[in-house]
Design a protein around this ligand. Structure first.
Ligand code: SAM
Length: 273
């Protein structure tokens, strides 16, 4: 097993970046891949390589930020949300004074997650003719991903999981790309926010937190227990009473150790209180 101390110390010395925030085996795998890609036999040679060319450190940092995403990723969770959890949630919202649903998509990558949520909610609200509105605050640290998300233009392949009736209603084809229609885009506000920012408890764009639902899928997974705890405190703290936290299916076990209640097994939707 790779001992990481020489490289974590070096990166901290050179840049102040703390690699210990990452989950250990993920960090080992990522560093191993960098060594292999550059044909370097051991960690000491890799440290020398980084010292001699600081650009390589950025390469390592970039490879530690996984931005892969898909529409309707975590299919079981999305199916249960659409068929069971959200219809019930909308019914309860109907009897509430405030009929606006506030959602935070934390770590939204290129927008696939918030657009998927918007498609489901838009359709459910239209079908049930419920006088409820919704607003999604979608955040990420990476400017480039946010630009892609705001553009809302996707290749046909990237839309392969989107059900046909959503494609008909929510995207238009132009120049070989599918663009999300303005009527869906208007529900989503994209902005930059770091979940590990010690200064802010929730995204400034969301103004006061108090979200009915927070999605943070396939993000916690990459972090070490201490960093997960910091992020989780923010996510849970920004939920309204009986609000829902949705994580990736790979992260279900992490949340099962908190005070939140799992809604429908085998989804990864949890309720506060
Ligand atoms: C693997 S992608 C998952 C995207 C989407 N949530 C999904 O499930 O498909 C992880 C995303 O989280 C973002 N991310 C990672 N650490 C973050 C942090 N500390 N604050 C905000 N976003 C973060 C990454 O930039 C990336 O876009």
């Amino acid at each position: 097993m790779l001992t990481l101390k020489p490289i974590t110390d070096l990166v901290f010395q050179l840049s102040g970046r703390d690699l210990s925030i990452y989950e250990r085996s993920f960090l080992q795998r990522t560093i191993g891949k960098q060594m292999e890609a550059n044909d370097l036999p051991d960690l000491n040679t890799y440290c020398e390589f980084i010292k001699n060319s600081p650009g390589r450190m950025q390469e390592l940092a970039d490879s530690l930020n996984v931005d892969y995403s898909e529409f309707f990723r975590n299919p079981v969770t999305f199916a249960l949300l659409e068929q069971v959890i959200l219809p019930d949630f909308l019914n309860r919202k109907l009897s509430a004074k405030n009929k606006n649903i506030r959602i935070w998509s934390a770590g939204c990558a290129g927008g696939q997650e918030p657009y998927s949520i918007a498609m489901i909610l838009g359709e459910l609200i239209t079908k049930s003719k419920t006088p409820v509105t919704f607003q999604i605050f979608a955040t990420d640290t990476v400017e480039k991903s946010l630009k892609t998300a705001k553009r809302g233009s996707f290749s046909p392949h990237s839309l392969k999981n989107v059900p046909l009736h959503f494609l008909d209603r929510y995207v238009t084809l132009s120049g070989g790309f599918y663009s999300v229609v303005p009527d869906l885009k208007k529900h989503i506000e994209f902005s930059q926010y770091d979940l590990l920012d010690p200064e802010r408890k929730s995204p400034p764009s969301g103004i006061y937190g108090d979200f009915d639902m927070v999605f943070c899928c396939n993000v916690l997974f990459y972090y070490a227990p201490e960093a997960r705890k910091v992020i989780l405190e923010k996510l849970v703290g920004s939920l309204s009473r009986r609000g829902l936290l949705v994580t990736g299916e790979v992260e279900r076990e992490i949340i099962q150790k908190t005070e939140l209640t799992l809604m429908e097994y085998p989804s990864s939707v949890f309720r506060r209180g």
